[in-house]
Design a protein around this ligand. Structure first.
Ligand SMILES: Cc1cc2nc3c(=O)[nH]c(=O)nc-3n(C[C@H](O)[C@H](O)[C@H](O)COP(=O)(O)O)c2cc1C
Length: 296
């Protein structure tokens, strides 16, 4: 299975086999976490990934996810310090780990809602300004899914994604379709579209510069939802996940380029063709979206 197939196959799993991970497995998983966190994300933050194994059989109770997740005895805990782009880099790094782990037979589920952040921070040995914005339940998939799992999956309409013409636009604000969605870009956009997001809200929006074949990525923020957990901004994590999917697919499709961070304050100044970029930025701002990054 290549990485693109893995990206499309991955789904959230909330019912795990209760068998506790054995030492050789733990070492392999830890190796994958180290690889994923060996480089910083596109915004320059390196994320520390800690693996928590509960041998008592009450992992969910320890992590405070009661009921929602069943059978999990392993959790990935990303530790960060608040900084511009840290949430996006967390999304990027953790998704990189999740995709590698899925390819190796490990199922997972992001948990950004109900879990004890204080317990996670203490289990991860977070110190000073460090915190644990989300955790990821990890394990082998159970043969039978729990009732709550089936209900949550249905409520989040997990397998459903918005069509590309609700995600991709031209600088004049019109929906993108036709040639711009032909190969090789369709590979990249489909990979982005398959990304997991908190409550499956899919807040990613893209504006294409047809002349330059470059993209600006925006966040269509649900303000209340994204700003109700202190320093944790789930939808900025969503953006980092989508950026990872996009970049991996671009690499697979032999499309050159990289993400250039883009905030209200700056980012544009770093490279040429300002006019074109400004047009993209204005197009997104007119829609009320927050600029995140530019692909060129
Ligand atoms: C940042 C983030 C936070 C999430 N938090 C939760 C959560 O608290 N509980 C849960 O059951 N699923 C959570 N999810 C999983 C999403 O609901 C799921 O990814 C989405 O519905 C798409 O389904 P899929 O992962 O099967 O493709 C989260 C996903 C992300 C990216």
């Amino acid at each position: 299975m290549n990485i693109l197939e893995t990206i499309h196959q991955r789904r959230s799993v909330r019912s795990f086999s209760p068998k506790v991970m054995e030492q050789p497995e733990i070492e392999k998983v830890q190796g994958m976490l180290e690889t994923a966190s060996s480089e910083p994300g596109p915004f320059g933050t390196r994320i520390r990934l800690k693996l928590y194994i509960d041998t008592s059989g009450s992992g969910e109770a320890r992590m405070g996810t009661y009921g929602l997740i069943s059978g999990a005895s392993a959790f990935i805990m990303p530790v960060v310090v608040d900084a511009p782009g840290a949430m996006e880099d967390l999304g990027w790094t953790v998704e990189r780990a999740i995709i590698d782990l899925w390819a190796a037979g490990w199922a997972s589920c992001w948990i950004g809602g109900v879990f004890s952040r204080a317990k996670a921070a203490s289990l991860a040995g977070a110190s000073g300004e460090e915190f644990v914005p989300i955790v990821v339940a990890l394990g082998r998939e159970a043969e039978q899914r729990s009732l709550l799992d089936r209900l949550v999956t249905r409520a989040a309409r997990s397998r459903q994604r918005k069509p590309l013409d609700e995600l991709c636009f031209l600088p004049d604000g019109s929906a993108l379709n036709g040639d711009a969605l032909a190969p090789p870009w369709n590979i990249v956009l489909e990979a982005l579209r398959s990304a997991p997001s908190a409550s499956n809200k899919q807040p990613w929006r893209l504006v294409l510069s047809p002349a330059a074949q470059s993209w600006a990525l925006f966040l269509d923020e649900d303000r209340l939802y994204n700003n109700s957990l202190g320093n944790t901004h789930l939808q900025n994590i969503d953006m980092g996940i989508a950026m990872y999917h996009f970049a991996v697919a671009a690499y697979c499709a032999s499309i050159g380029g990289a993400w250039i961070p883009l905030t209200e304050e700056g980012g544009w100044q770093e490279a040429g063709d300002m006019e074109q970029r400004k047009a993209l930025l204005d197009a997104g701002k007119k829609k009320g979206w927050k600029p995140i990054a530019y692909w060129a």
